[in-house]
Design a protein around this ligand. Structure first.
Ligand code: 16G
Ligand code: ZN
Length: 530
C-alpha cells in the first residue's frame, strides 16, 4: 500500500545528475546551485512527509544567505517556526543522497520508521530569495510537493524570517499574527510606532539611518516596510538589488572585513546598518571624524537589548529570570560587561543558531546573539502571562506602569522564531530612541577587545575536536597546551580553534588587550596547526 502511495514520484527531470555527497548542515543544504535540483525535488517530497508527521504546515526556504550568487541552498522550517529537528536533518541528508532507484524504498522506509499516516493532509509554505537560480529550484521543490499531493502556499520572494513568521502564524491559527506578509509588516510597524510615540527624535537620537540591503531579498522587504514606517523612521536604502548580491556589501562582509560596504556614503557619525542576503543577520556601524570605521555587531546588540530588558524588569517590579546566550566568538569585552556591569547571567554554547536558541529557552526571557548579528529574544509563555497580568494591576506607580506596558508591547516587535534583521533593527532603534542615544553613546557602554579571525587550510579539519562550547581543543592531543602557552604571553589574551561547519577550513579566533599584538597572536596560534 505504501509503495503504491509513492509510485507517482518517479520524475526523470529530477533525477540525480551528479555524485557529490551533500549534507544538511547547520543552515540546511548549501552548495553550487547547479547541483541542487534533485535535492530540491526530494526536499519537496520530504516536506510533505514532515507535514503529515507533525500534522501541521512546514516551511521550505530557498536561499544561500550571505554566500555569493552562484551558490544556493534550502532549509526546512518546523511547525513553530523553528529550525528542522536534528533527527530529520539526518533523514534529509540520507534522502538527498540515495540513488534514484532507491528513492521509493527510502521514502517508504522513512514513513514506516516515523510512523507517518500517509492519508493525513499536508501543507508546505514555500519562499525564495532573489538569486537567479531560485525560481528553477523552487519549481523542483513544488514538483516534489505536488507529486505527493501536498497543499502549497507559495509566498514568492521573502526573507527567511518572514517565512518562519508565516509558518508559526499558520500553525497557531493567527494567534501569533496574521499569516501574510502584510500581517508581518503591519504587526511590527504598528507596535514600533506606538512605542515610539509622536516624537521621531529624542535627545541625541535621530530617525535617519543608512541601510545596506546586500542587494538581496531584504531590499524588497525594506521598500515595503518603508511605506508602513513612514513618519517614524527615515531609512535611506543602499544596495537595493540593483548590484551584485552580497558583493562587497551585506552584514557578513561588513562584520568579517570590518569595513564600509560598497555604495554607502561615508558620512561622519551617521548610523548605518547592514543586513545579509536573506535578512536574518544585522550589524550596525559608522565612521568617525578621522574616517575610522566602528562596528557594532551582534554582541553590541545583545548587550543593548539585555540592558534594556533588565531596566524594564527592574523598574516594573516584575521578577523574571533574564539570561543571555553567546558563543566563543563573543568579544571578551562584552562578556565582562554583561556579567560584571549588567549582572545578567550569560551562557556560552557551540556555534550555530539552534544551540543558542535551545539554551535561551531555559530562561524566562532569553536573549541570544551570535557576534555575526544573528539573534533574537524569546519569552516563555508563562513569562508573557506574568507581564500581561502585571500590566492589568491597578496599584502600580506611573513608572512601573510605563515600564510594564513597554515590556508587554515590545514582545510584539520581536520575531521569536529566528534572528530577523528587520525586527532586530526596529528593536535597536526603539531602545536607542528610548535612551536618546546616538550610535556613539551606544558604543560607549563598553570597550571591545581588539580581535582577529583567520582561516587555516589543513588536510583534514576534522582532526580538530573541541569541548566546552568550542573553547577547549581536545585533539590533536597537546594543541590546547600550546595554545595556552602562546595566549599567556598576551595581556587579556584569548584564542580558540575550531573546524568550520560551512567551509573546508579551520577557524582561528584571537583577542587581546593591545591592537598591535592581536594579529601576531592569531598568526602564532594558526602556525601551531602546521
Ligand atoms: C551557519 C549558522 C550560523 C553560524 C555559521 C558558522 C545557522 C542558521 N547558521 O551559517 O549560525 O554562525 O554557520 O559558520 O545556524 P562556520 O561553522 O563556518 O564558522
Ligand atoms: Zn542569512
Amino acid at each position: 500500500m505504501e509503495s503504491n502511495y509513492f509510485q507517482n514520484i518517479v520524475n526523470v527531470e529530477y533525477n540525480r545528475k551528479n555524485d557529490k555527497y551533500i549534507e544538511y548542515g547547520t543552515a540546511g543544504f548549501r552548495t553550487k546551485s547547479d547541483i541542487l535540483e534533485h535535492v530540491l525535488y526530494r526536499m519537496g517530497l520530504l516536506a510533505v512527509l514532515r507535514s503529515k508527521a507533525k500534522r501541521a504546515a512546514i516551511g521550505l526556504m530557498i536561499t544561500a544567505s550571505h554566500n555569493l550568487e552562484p551558490d544556493n541552498g534550502i532549509k526546512l522550517v518546523d511547525p513553530a517556526g523553528e529550525m528542522l529537528e536534528a533527527s530529520w536533518e539526518t533523514i534529509a541528508t540520507i534522502l538527498a543522497n540515495v540513488q534514484d532507484n532507491d528513492l521509493i524504498s527510502m521514502l517508504t522506509h522513512i514513513s514506516t520508521k516515523e510512523n507517518i499516516d500517509l492519508s493525513a493532509p499536508a501543507m508546505v509554505i514555500t519562499g525564495r530569495d532573489t538569486r537567479k537560480s531560485s525560481p528553477v529550484l523552487l519549481n523542483a521543490a513544488l514538483a516534489g510537493i505536488r507529486a505527493l499531493n501536498g497543499n502549497i502556499t507559495d509566498l514568492g520572494l521573502v526573507t527567511t524570517p518572514q517565512l518562519h513568521y508565516v509558518v508559526v502564524c499558520t500553525n497557531t491559527s493567527g494567534a501569533y499574527g496574521d499569516p501574510t506578509l502584510q500581517g508581518y509588516y503591519s504587526k511590527l510597524a504598528t507596535v514600533f510606532k506606538s512605542i515610539r510615540g509622536t516624537e521621531k527624535n529624542n535627545k541625541k537620537y535621530t530617525s535617519v539611518l543608512q541601510l545596506d540591503a546586500a542587494n538581496g531579498v531584504g531590499a524588497i522587504a525594506v521598500k515595503e516596510f518603508q511605506r508602513y514606517l513612514k513618519g517614524a523612521l527615515d531609512i535611506n536604502l543602499f544596495n537595493d538589488g540593483s548590484g551584485d548580491l552580497n558583493h562587497m556589501c551585506g552584514a557578513d562582509y561588513v562584520k568579517v572585513q570590518q569595513t564600509m560596504p560598497l555604495n554607502i556614503p561615508s558620512e561622519t557619525n551617521v548610523r548605518c546598518v547592514s543586513i545579509d542576503g536573506d535578512a536574518d543577520r544585522v550589524v550596525y556601524f559608522y565612521v568617525d571624524e578621522d574616517n575610522k570605521f566602528h562596528l557594532l555587531d551582534g554582541d553590541r546588540i545583545a548587550t543593548l537589548v539585555a540592558a534594556y530588558f533588565k531596566e524594564l524588569l527592574t523598574t516594573s517590579g516584575i521578577s523574571l529570570q533574564l539570561g543571555l546566550v553567546q558563543t566563543a566568538y563573543a568579544n571578551g569585552g562584552s562578556t565582562d560587561y554583561i556579567s560584571n556591569v549588567l549582572e545578567v547571567p550569560v551562557a556560552c554554547v557551540p556555534t550555530g543558531v539552534k544551540h543558542l536558541h535551545k539554551k535561551a529557552l531555559e530562561f524566562d526571557i532569553g536573549v541570544y546573539f551570535e557576534a555575526n548579528g544573528h539573534g533574537t529574544v524569546i519569552f516563555k509563555d508563562t513569562a508573557k502571562e506574568i507581564i500581561k497580568n502585571h500590566a492589568k494591576n491597578e496599584n502600580l506607580s506611573e513608572a512601573q506602569k510605563a515600564a510594564t506596558t513597554k515590556l508587554r508591547d515590545v514582545i510584539d516587535l520581536i520575531n521569536e522564531t529566528v534572528g530577523d534583521a528587520l525586527s532586530d533593527m526596529l528593536l535597536v532603534e526603539t531602545i536607542l530612541h528610548a535612551k536618546g542615544w546616538d550610535i556613539i553613546e551606544w558604543e560607549k557602554s563598553y570597550n571591545d577587545l581588539p580581535n582577529k579571525q583567520l582561516k587555516v587550510s589543513v588536510k583534514d579539519r576534522n582532526i580538530i575536536t573541541t569541548k566546552n562550547a568550542e573553547r577547549y581543543c581536545l585533539t590533536p592531543v597537546g594543541l590546547q597546551e600550546e595554545i595556552d602557552k602562546t595566549v599567556s604571553k598576551y595581556s587579556r589574551g584569548r584564542s580558540f580553534v575550531r573546524p568550520s561547519g560551512t567551509e573546508d577550513i579551520v577557524r582561528v579566533y584571537a583577542e587581546c588587550e593591545n591592537s598591535s599584538d592581536v594579529c601576531k597572536l592569531a598568526t602564532e596560534v594558526a602556525s601551531l596547526m602546521y
